[in-house]
Design a protein around this ligand. Structure first.
Ligand SMILES: CCCCCCCCCCCCCCCCCCCCCCCCCC(=O)SCCNC(=O)CCNC(=O)[C@H](O)C(C)(C)COP(=O)(O)OP(=O)(O)OC[C@H]1O[C@@H](n2cnc3c(N)ncnc32)[C@H](O)[C@@H]1OP(=O)(O)O
Ligand SMILES: NC(=O)C1=CN([C@@H]2O[C@H](COP(=O)(O)OP(=O)(O)OC[C@H]3O[C@@H](n4cnc5c(N)ncnc54)[C@H](OP(=O)(O)O)[C@@H]3O)[C@@H](O)[C@H]2O)C=CC1
Length: 515
């Protein structure tokens, strides 16, 4: 029997961000491995036109929870959804709910965050910093609390090259920022934001760093641990390979590439693609929850869950495998044939953007206009290129994350726990993982049926022929214009034609002689 699974039996667990990508996989694993847990409280913000119960059923109805329903048939009774908005004071939780949470919670997993790179500083600080502080305050009033697990990101200190499993101080105290945001107006905040975030690439990573500082400052006598995953990708093994449910990180890029919208990207091909499967992250989270509660380390431990130092894969290898998978399993109705040109040069990248992205979009929009439809491709392309430009920082650099604590924890687990809660990324076969990842994007994000593959392949063939035809026509037109204008081009042309003519005559003469 797994010690970790047994530990969660009978426990009341509070999860923030349970409706998100990581939160859902965490709940699934908890129910599957510890079906005898007492209850999972989830803090859910109200959604228009949906009751809390409907929200819970919607999550449980997804394919992700199919196995859970077998091992834990009364799973819906064990989820207690609580109305909460982490942007509000006291999270807008009712008095009765708050009382129950305070008196019953044993373990907290704090996953909720805004992960948008371009969020406003006010909103990002509210969610990633102030809400964390408020949750810690709540935690300090929970008599039965055994562990508080805070989910940060491996990129919270991405302004450094080598990152240790420690909490780094931020240049400005989180409290000072929280206080000043209360009286500064939005225009001034926008103006000072670049000065505040300094060498952090975006507001998201900056506020996650502030969040960690808050955890350190407000930890009081709580048992706290911080987990820092790198780029969280589709499931590797559990409950089945390839599960994804949002377009963040690489997912949107895979879609845009598979549909033929994105054909070139400013990326350093040899830079490490530090993707980590979501089930690996969840396994570590559960192991850390157990270790923090049972072993009660004296200080707040930070755990890196990254792939680069143990089993590195670079963007080139990833791109090649993604394209190879598109050959076998193409996406339906592609705009162009999938391709991936990597360039680390800004000039070449501008060139590709003009030729490979903007020009086809403009041509397609002209076609839509001519056929009486509303043009939309240029707008879509501009948004895609804006998104890609925001991700560029992460695909043109490599980082080194030390993993002493994560390795220490691995060695603390029994062989059974190492198997059930496997977070040893050295066992990951990248080629297999990427293939399943692309397949997962097709099935679970795009909701495409495998029966459509032959048709998609046919369309790709047609697109290839159009591509060749278009290029040949373009070349002939360009050449014709050149000949009309330049004597030199005409001379070259006559030289080539006469050379071909002579070659053919010689070939004909020699074959007649042989006969
Ligand atoms: C394995 C395979 C490899 C691929 C191989 C491919 C084949 C080979 C090709 C090359 C391969 C190599 C390259 C691989 C790159 C991987 C990079 C990963 C870096 C991740 C670093 C993460 C580090 C930190 C990790 C963390 O710690 S946390 C998680 C990170 N957080 C995020 O990833 C949020 C980002 N997003 C936003 O910040 C907002 O999305 C916002 C962008 C502001 C827009 O915002 P806005 O325009 O206002 O509106 P939206 O509604 O959001 O979107 C508006 C429109 O953009 C679309 N769109 C949103 N997103 C994405 C997205 N990603 N990709 C594509 N499209 C997207 C959406 O479809 C919508 O299209 P439309 O509706 O117009 O048709
Ligand atoms: N995905 C990744 O690549 C990585 C993620 N992380 C970290 O992992 C954690 C989870 O990320 P992920 O699951 O990908 O993110 P998602 O965006 O999928 O989920 C975010 C969750 O936070 C909830 N949330 C947002 N705002 C509020 C609010 N005001 N009140 C209550 N809940 C709110 C969302 O609820 P709702 O459903 O209502 O929107 C959702 O459940 C985050 O802390 C993130 O920083 C770290 C490294 C990489």
């Amino acid at each position: 029997m797994s010690t970790i699974a047994a530990f969660y039996g009978g426990k009341s667990i509070l999860i923030t961000g349970a409706t998100g990508f990581l939160g859902k996989v965490l709940m699934e694993k908890l129910f599957r491995t510890s079906p005898d847990l007492k209850v999972i409280y989830i803090l859910v913000r109200p959604k228009a036109g949906q009751t809390l119960q409907q929200g819970v059923f919607q999550i449980l109805d997804s394919k992700l929870f199919e196995k859970v329903k077998e091992v834990c048939p009364n799973v819906h009774e064990k989820i207690r959804a609580i109305y909460a908005d982490l942007n509000q004071n006291d999270f807008a939780i009712s008095k009765e709910d708050m009382q129950e949470l305070l008196s019953c919670t044993n373990i907290i997993f704090h996953c909720a965050a805004t992960v948008r790179f371009d969020d406003t500083l006010r909103h990002a600080v509210q969610l990633n910093v102030t809400a964390t502080r408020q949750l810690l305050l709540m935690a300090s009033q929970m008599p039965k609390l055994e562990a508080f697990i805070h989910i940060s990101t491996a990129y919270s200190n991405c302004n450094l090259k080598h990152i240790d499993e420690v909490i780094y101080p931020c240049p400005v105290e989180p409290k000072k920022i929280i206080d000043s945001l209360e009286w500064l107006d939005d225009a001034i905040i926008d103006e000072i934001t670049p000065k505040l975030i300094r060498d952090w690439p975006n507001i998201y990573t900056y506020t996650k760093a502030l969040g960690e500082m808050v955890v350190q400052q407000e930890s009081r006598n709580l048992n706290i641990a911080i987990i820092r995953p790198s780029i969280v990708g589709a499931t590797w093994q559990e409950p089945f390979p390839g599960w994804v449910d949002n377009i963040n990180g690489p997912n949107g890029i895979i879609i845009a590439t598979g549909k033929g919208f994105l054909r070139a990207i400013k990326a350093t091909p040899m830079a490490v693609a530090d993707v980590i499967p979501v089930d690996t992250v969840v396994n570590l989270m559960l192991a850390v929850g157990w270790y923090t509660a049972v072993h009660r380390p004296k200080s707040t431990l930070v755990y890196h869950i990254t792939s680069g130092n143990m089993n590195p894969c670079n963007w080139h290898k990833m791109g090649v495998q993604v394209l190879a998978t598109f050959e076998k399993i193409p996406f339906e109705r592609p705009f162009r044939r999938p391709n991936a040109n990597f360039t680390s040069n800004s000039f070449t990248s501008q060139y590709w953007n003009a030729v490979s992205h903007r020009a086809p979009a403009i041509i397609y929009d002209c076609y839509l206009r001519l056929t009486g439809r509303k043009p939309r491709m240029t707008k879509l392309m501009n948004r895609l290129l804006r998104t890609v430009s925001m991700l560029e920082y992460f695909i043109n650099r490599s980082w080194e994350w030390s993993t002493y604590n994560t390795e220490m924890l691995m060695s603390e687990l029994s062989p059974e726990d190492q198997r059930v809660f496997n977070f040893d990324v050295r066992q990951l076969n990248w080629l297999e993982y990427i293939e399943n990842y692309v397949l997962g994007v097709k099935k679970y994000l795009l909701k495409e049926d495998m029966a459509g593959i032959p048709k998609a392949k046919q369309r790709l063939k047609r697109l290839r022929n159009i591509h060749y035809l278009f290029n040949t026509a373009l070349f002939l037109i360009a050449w014709r214009l050149l000949i009309a204008r330049s004597q030199m081009a005409r001379n070259v042309w006559f030289f080539i034609v006469s050379f071909c003519y002579k070659f053919l005559s010689y070939f004909r003469a020699s074959s007649t002689l042989k006969v």
